[in-house]
Design a protein around this ligand. Sequence first.
Ligand SMILES: C[S@@+](CC[C@H](N)C(=O)[O-])C[C@H]1O[C@@H](n2cnc3c(N)ncnc32)[C@H](O)[C@@H]1O
Length: 258
Amino acid sequence: MAVTASGETGGDWAQRTYEAMAPVYDDFTAHYESEEWIADLVKALERRGLRGKRLLDVGCGTGTSFLPMLKSGWEVTACDISAAMLELAREKAGDGVQLALADMLDLPEFGEFDLVWALDDAINYLLSPEELQQALAGMRANLAPTGLLLFDVNELQAYRTFFVETTVVERDGRRLVWRGTAPPDVAAGSICESKMEIAPGEVLTHRQRHFPEAEVLAALGGAGLECLDVYGHGLDGIPSQPLEPTHTKAIYIARAAA
Ligand SMILES: C[S@@+](CC[C@H](N)C(=O)[O-])C[C@H]1O[C@@H](n2cnc3c(N)ncnc32)[C@H](O)[C@@H]1O
């Protein structure tokens, strides 16, 4: 597996970050309109013939994205590299979900799923095109023959704004400070960091890589997947086509190549 100069994979970085961030993660993301976003993503999947109700959520975090699926009758298996995030997911979801500690760079074959997804930045914690292809190959191995894969990636616009700026979130007397450290003209394919202060003097690092569309398409092909759709959206979270330079996120839908 390709590793960065530090000798650490994206999984190593993400695990450290999310073990520390877990207690404040839901506070930091409380303003997200996740249910509406998920509903729009499911509509996009339905336009591509989504059938069945078995979901594998890769990088599930505290369960924000799979909970609406669970409510609408999906059978959910979910995994994450952070045990602390999974513990919070368990508290919310109860025993109705199969949860596993797993690195998407070494994804077990959990079964055959009608839908495999990795949402809300999970993919951007991978740090090279080789890691991306490896993770996608693991997801492909979990797809049912007619299954669909969906994931989002942050676009350059996000790294040139959110990863440049300072954002403060105050909730229940807690103050979380996100300090982007990227230059405003950061180049495509760069690794960007943000320092996040979760308590006075307690700072963790988010380390993410931007994946340009050409790299994503090459990684999908290399993993034996065929791209069906690319959508983009801005801060409103409403997917549209085509993907534009002003979009902060891209959404990819794929299936196993014939
Ligand atoms: C921003 S959170 C999103 C959580 C969830 N997908 C959601 O939609 O709310 C990103 C999650 O990806 C997980 N993650 C990052 N890299 C991972 C990896 N290599 N393997 C498994 N999980 C990973 C992190 O631990 C974290 O829980």
